[in-house]
Ligand binder design. Structure first.
Ligand code: IMP
Ligand code: MG
Length: 179
């Protein structure tokens, strides 16, 4: 997989240090609150697994699906949310965990939906942020790294369902996705 990358943007050690930092922040702010951490599938699974283990206070976990991409590197703008969390989030302190905020449409849509369903509080924790492409007015409450306007893969992020298991975050060579 390494040979498909033009370069590595974030190495695994740098990612782990940041995840530990985020975990400490969440630990301090949510101690005794038993927050419900929601993994937005599938891109967040690797980040989510590391993040929850860096939090040193009890949390509960749930998963949900949201997709807007297909086999493209530009968001289609159509967000379909498949969430069966309606009852489970009522009254809870929810932390939504995302891999990357790009246009912001996905997270804006999920947030609006969850707020309507009566959460006690709602925060967004995203590993990556690509603010240059923002369409929806949204900012993560907890952020790992700001990234340039490049399509990135690895550490859970995919291109056409591939590279999720690549341990670093890299930028694909253009010829991998432009043919
Ligand atoms: P948004 O709705 O445009 O903010 O898109 C967010 C979703 O698009 C993320 O959760 C990712 O699944 C996907 N995405 C956006 N940018 C990238 C990228 O650079 N690499 C891989 N997936 C991405
Ligand atoms: Mg995603």
């Amino acid at each position: 997989m390494r040979s498909d990358m033009a370069y590595i943007l974030l190495g695994r050690d740098e990612i782990q240090r940041k995840v530990a930092e985020l975990g400490e922040k969440i630990t301090q702010e949510y101690r005794g609150k038993n927050p419900l951490m929601v993994c937005v599938l599938k891109g967040s699974i690797v980040f989510f697994a590391d993040l929850i283990r860096s939090i040193d206070t009890p949390v509960e976990v749930e998963t949900m699906t949201a997709s807007s991409y297909g086999a493209a590197t530009v968001s289609s703008g159509v967000v379909s949310v498949v969430s069966k969390l309606d009852e489970k989030i009522r009254g809870r302190d929810v932390i939504l965990v995302e891999d990357i905020i790009d246009s912001g449409r996905t997270i804006a849509f999920i947030k609006a939906d969850m707020l309507q369903k009566g959460v006690n509080s709602l925060k967004v924790c995203s590993l990556l942020d690509k603010p240059s492409r923002r369409v929806a007015d949204i900012k993560p409450d907890y952020l790992g790294f700001e990234v340039p306007d490049e399509f990135v893969v690895g550490y859970g992020l995919d291109y056409d369902q591939k590279y999720r298991n690549f341990p670093d975050i890299g930028v694909l060579k253009p010829e991998i996705y432009t043919h």
